[in-house]
Design a protein around this ligand. Structure first.
Ligand SMILES: Nc1nc2c(ncn2[C@@H]2O[C@H](COP(=O)(O)OP(=O)(O)OP(=O)(O)O)[C@@H](O)[C@H]2O)c(=O)[nH]1
Ligand SMILES: [Zn+2]
Length: 198
């Protein structure tokens, strides 16, 4: 039984080409979207990006993280390929929500905590995400095997555990800057993100 329901779709022209945006509802009140270009359900190894919401990075140009540039890079690569999917998950702050992420940022600023320590100080797991919903959305879209744009091995494992086939992990290195240096180092050291060019 899928935890998400497809609720509608529409054209979404972007700077990188024309996508179709699909709305998904997850009970009780979460809303997710998928951007689809071309016919990834017919393609042999389409590009897929599973992107976790980051309001500060995706919409407000924050340089504390690399989320906005990664999203742009993924849309550009899918535009160049002509086919692919962006699953945009409303798992802000690695699943703790926007307001808790801002509290975690405050602890990092005032107490020198890294992202993991700040989450733990607030009583959260270091990473509270789950990729089952993303897997359900991909299944509804008919995309069962694909190449995944990510540096995060947990994302690959999470989607595979949910029954999908990740044919390859493609690195997505974008948006490194002096403000996110420590954040990226923590991702590599504590979450095993692969951040070296391959
Ligand atoms: N709790 C918390 N979440 C953060 C922090 N900085 C960024 N995030 C969130 O982290 C999520 C992105 O996760 P990342 O670990 O950067 O990257 P990823 O999605 O796991 O991996 P990639 O696929 O390689 O991008 C977004 O939801 C951000 O809002 C932070 O300091 N604390
Ligand atoms: Zn971010």
């Amino acid at each position: 039984m899928s935890s998400v329901k497809l609720t509608g779709s529409a054209r979404l022209p972007t700077a990188w080409g024309d996508f179709t945006i699909y709305g998904f509802a997850e009970a009780p009140d979460k809303e997710h979207v998928a951007l689809v270009m071309g016919q990834p359900d017919q393609a042999e190894a389409p590009l897929v990006r599973v992107h976790s919401e980051c309001l500060t990075g995706d919409a407000l140009f924050s340089q504390r993280c690399d989320c906005g540039p990664q999203l742009e890079a993924a849309m550009q690569r899918i535009g160049e390929a002509g086919t692919g999917v962006i699953i945009y998950l409303r798992q802000e702050g690695r699943g703790i929500g926007l307001l808790n992420k801002i509290r975690a940022y405050g602890l990092q600023d005032r107490e020198g905590a890294d992202t993991v320590e700040a989450n733990e100080a607030l009583g959260f797991a270091p990473d509270a995400r789950d990729y089952g919903v993303a897997a359900d959305m991909l299944r509804i879209l008919g995309v069962l095997s694909f190449r995944l744009l990510t540096n995060n091995p947990e994302k690959v494992a999470g989607l595979e555990q949910a029954g999908l086939q990740v044919l390859a992990r493609l690195p997505i290195l974008a948006g490194r800057n002096p403000h996110n240096h420590a954040y990226l180092e923590t991702k590599a050291a504590k979450f095993g993100h692969q951040l070296k060019a391959e």
